[in-house]
Design a protein around this ligand. Structure first.
Ligand SMILES: CC(C)(COP(=O)(O)OP(=O)(O)OC[C@H]1O[C@@H](n2cnc3c(N)ncnc32)[C@H](O)[C@@H]1OP(=O)(O)O)[C@@H](O)C(=O)NCCC(=O)NCCS
Length: 190
């Protein structure tokens, strides 16, 4: 079972820790047409019991790490995940399903929490992602978290996919390990 991850105001919990209220919110997000469009999918039609069964099965896969995302009040607001996890790289996905929480900085905090896990626990070399050219909020949030745009590709239905990447080296430049900070502080006082 995965560990609970924290960063700033947010907590990421394994799907096994979600209560019924959280599963109902996740199901509502999955059925929302606007969120589906942002993700390039159709609104979900699965009943809650089947969605829960499938996601829980997926979360046991070694190449997938899915977390429920909670705000500082302990309310469920979305999901964050790493998928296609290999020896060196993984792909990031995030959905803040509670629209009241869009544009309030929860995305970059959730991304930082899962990146810390990706780079410092899983010891990956890079995390990649793909978003749509018309999703300006997502691109801004990913850039705030340190991602750089690699390329743009024409997507089916005329949409552009923006591919982004962040390496472990770039991550550590922005988030030096705490022990490193302590050591450098100690050496300054010698
Ligand atoms: C994408 C998402 C993770 C971003 O997280 P967030 O917490 O809302 O992002 P932030 O609060 O950091 O806002 C991002 C930035 O986008 C900017 N922004 C918002 N809407 C924008 C728009 N229409 N055009 C340009 N910039 C916009 C904000 O001003 C903010 O920048 P600032 O902090 O410098 O002012 C979240 O909104 C979300 O999950 N949305 C729904 C699903 C989705 O789009 N997922 C990503 C699919 S790849």
């Amino acid at each position: 079972m995965g560990a609970v991850l924290r960063y700033g105001r947010v907590t990421l919990k394994p799907l096994t820790d979600l209560d019924q209220a959280a599963w109902q919110r996740l199901h509502a997000h999955f059925r929302d047409p606007e969120i589906a469009h942002l993700n390039g999918t159709l609104p979900g039609r699965l009943p809650l019991w089947l969605l829960r069964l499938l996601l829980k099965a997926d979360s046991r896969r070694p190449d997938r790490a899915i977390y429920g995302l909670f705000d500082e009040a302990g309310d469920y607001i979305g999901t964050v995940e790493l998928y296609d996890i290999g020896a060196r790289r993984a792909t990031l996905g995030i959905i803040i399903g509670e629209k009241s929480h869009w544009g309030r900085g929860y995305g970059p905090e959730a991304i930082a929490a899962i990146l810390e896990h990706a780079f410092e626990t899983l010891r990956l070399e890079r995390v990649v992602l793909s978003t749509f050219g018309d999703n300006l909020r997502a691109q801004a949030a990913f850039k705030k978290a340190g991602f750089k745009e690699l390329r743009r590709l024409s997507h089916r239905q005329g949409r552009i996919s923006v591919q982004m990447e962040l390496t472990a080296t770039e991550w550590r430049q922005r988030h030096p390990p705490v022990t490193g900070l302590l050591l450098s502080a100690a050496s300054r006082h010698e």
